[in-house]
Write a protein that binds this ligand. Structure first.
Ligand SMILES: Cc1cc2nc3c(=O)[nH]c(=O)nc-3n(C[C@H](O)[C@H](O)[C@H](O)COP(=O)(O)OP(=O)(O)OC[C@H]3O[C@@H](n4cnc5c(N)ncnc54)[C@H](O)[C@@H]3O)c2cc1C
Length: 303
């Protein structure tokens, strides 16, 4: 097959190119930068999707579902007032992706479909119950993110399917969220450990909790044991504080980290407890209306 590049101007045109064997490129900050760095050669056949109209929108908050177009950039998501107030954990993540240039060019669709276990938007998206909207030759289907990511860099979507949007149900009143990552520096860093938390507090009691960990297993995943430890706890009491500590410990126990140049498995596991506690503390503070600055990773909340 000789090298080819096509700029698609509609979803149908892109899907036809995918069905014929092309790979999609959106912002290119994973695919093209990775090829330049020798991570993997550029696919022989590429279809540019960046000019498809309507795929960069962020809409629908009033309908109870936030719809992020696959081409929405991290910068655009971060600038959306509804994201900042209702999906603050996602804003925490978008605010720390790469550099200004990465955030302006990198898309939510590329982040999700790249399926890195260390990606920053993954934990908050999972905690918010996000669903991937895939458009293929046979139509549209929706897949929960925990069914989309199957292994590092692998997704269950067919090569002929284009991600067109990510949908997130709008959280109920009394919900706060946060994403915290352990990083050695502020810019151009990927997570050594990451944790997302979404909590709903009613009458001072945690009635719903979702916790997910990143860079701690082959795929980003929720930790039901940690969630169960939090639900029913009374915020602001010794028992409530003990529940947060227990949730952090359970997140560490659920992790399966690797050792690499940025940290040993033992260090990552120990930090999983700390970072999870901080994410929960920031989410609880936000649920109570506290002004916790975005990104939450820039400060320390809780122990
Ligand atoms: C310097 C630098 C720093 C970075 N820092 C971070 C960081 O801190 N945190 C983080 O999470 N990421 C980071 N990244 C990774 C990258 O920027 C993000 O993952 C970004 O969101 C990728 O989006 P993109 O549009 O550039 O993806 P692309 O490179 O265009 O595509 C990535 C992959 O997704 C596929 N794809 C893209 N769009 C679609 C679609 N709509 N449907 C189906 N498949 C699709 C492509 O085929 C490719 O396999 C960094 C990258 C660089 C170069």
């Amino acid at each position: 097959m000789s090298a080819s590049y096509l700029t698609a101007h509609s979803v149908q045109e892109a899907v036809a190119a995918l069905a014929a064997g092309a790979r999609p490129v959106a912002g290119g900050t994973d695919l093209v930068v990775g090829a330049r760095n020798g991570k993997a050669p550029l696919p022989v056949s590429l279809v540019g999707i960046h000019q498809i109209p309507g795929l960069a929108g962020i809409e629908g908050l009033a309908d109870g579902v936030l719809r992020l177009g696959a081409l929405a950039s991290h910068e655009a998501i971060l600038a959306h007032p509804g994201v900042l107030t209702r999906f603050t954990g996602l804003a925490d993540a978008c605010a720390i992706v790469g550099s200004h240039a990465t955030r302006a060019n990198g898309t939510i669709g590329g982040n999700v479909m790249n399926a890195s276990p260390a990606m920053d938007t993954g934990a908050p998206l999972l905690c918010h119950g996000a669903v991937a909207v895939l458009h293929g030759p046979d139509g549209v289907r929706r897949v929960a993110l925990d069914e989309l990511w199957t292994a590092p860099g692998r997704v269950s979507a067919a090569p002929s399917e284009l991600l067109v949007a990510i949908e997130l149900p709008v959280p109920q009143a009394g919900t706060g969220s946060a994403y915290v990552r352990l990083q050695y520096r502020r810019q151009m860093e990927i997570a050594i450990v990451g944790a997302g938390a979404v909590v709903t507090v009613t009458g001072g009691v945690v009635t719903q909790a979702r916790i997910a960990i990143a860079a701690l297993a082959p795929v980003i995943h929720r930790v039901p044991e940690a969630e169960a430890a939090l639900v029913g706890s009374q915020v602001g009491t010794d028992a409530g504080a003990a529940a947060v500590v227990a949730a952090g410990r359970l997140a560490a126990e659920a992790s399966r980290p690797i050792s690499d140049v940025r940290g040993s498995a033992d260090y990552r596991r120990a930090m999983a407890a700390v970072i999870t506690r901080r994410a929960i503390a920031a989410a609880l503070a936000r649920a109570a209306g506290g002004a916790i600055a975005v990104p939450a990773s820039d400060s320390t909340y809780g122990s």
